[in-house]
Design a protein around this ligand. Sequence first.
Ligand SMILES: [Zn+2]
Length: 402
Amino acid sequence: MKLTKTLFLSEPYRKELDVTIIDIKEHKKHKALILDSTIFYPEGGGPEGDRGFIDETYIVNTIHGDEGEILHVVDPSCSLEIGTTHHLRLDWAHRYHYMVQHTAQHLISGILFTSFGIDTLSVHLSDTYIAIETGEPVIDQETLYHIEDEVNRAIITGGATHTKIVSQEDVPILNLRRSVKVETDVRIVSIEGYDEIACGGVHVDNISELNRVMYLMSESIRGHVRLFFLVSDIAKEEMRGYKEVVDEMKNTLSVPRERIIERVKENQLEIVSLRREVHLYQQSIIEQTLSSYMKGKETPIVMMDVSEYSFDALKVLSHILLDVPKIVLCAIKERDKENMNYLICIKGIEHEQELYGEIKLKVLQSIKAKGGGKAPLWQGIAHNNKEILREVEKVCNRVIYG
Ligand SMILES: [Zn+2]
């Protein structure tokens, strides 16, 4: 195996380096360059692998190969050759994001353990958040705020991160919060006063670089509480986003921040009550309209467009129809430009199934009607076409009166 001299641990802030290609391998339809030395951190332990450029060629990821070698993954069309020397440039924004996230996770897990006796079982770092699966089944809200406060106090105070190599025999003395997974000498990373753990990752020099940590939310996973945190500018943006929402709500509702929730609840109750009122009002109008259509007719044939009524007009109508002994009715309600709802009621006349069959064949099919039902009510959705009322009326007159 070709060995690469790694500089990302000893010089985590180094962004550029001249390197020589010592081997080239195939990697899942890509090429992978092995270099004599590198500042690119290979994926593992939470952070993503580094990306960046070797001269003008983009390195999409850095990973460990099957034999532990460090692979700089590039496009298969890459024409760089073994033995040639090039300039390596890190995508610093990407790397620094993960250095910050990863160090923040050390700090949070350290404080969870030392101040609150809470274990970290697993960790996930993303483009935006840190997720920490704790060993606890429940953590109350007050404790969560205490955790957030203590992490931020630590960041304000600041604390250097240190690394040292210790032998296996010395590990038990350190009393680490997590057992050591390697069998060789161990790299111990500590944040002064807050955390000490075995880690092979890259970290920022001082936790003051984290700027701030925001507790975002928690969820339950495998019977444990998983906590989500945002760090630095991502936390700042999230907080500003909240502020914008609150300001907008304050203006829209004309209340101070403390009264927003109360006002929203009041408004919801008002909406429920208004809806009920509208419903009753609508019901009485529809009843009156219907009875005026039916007046003096032995078998009323009623065509109604209830588009101007509220959303549940057809439902109201179908309830009213329950008490009507004899009627042939077709009602429509526009949903939008393309679609409308329809309701057909055939009650108290002979051959009602036959009449519905005729309406379906002659009219409903032409407007691609979907839906169904059974006597005396059929309903569904169709292409918006108000002309069908006249067509349905013709069919009804023909079937009933011949
Ligand atoms: Zn680490």
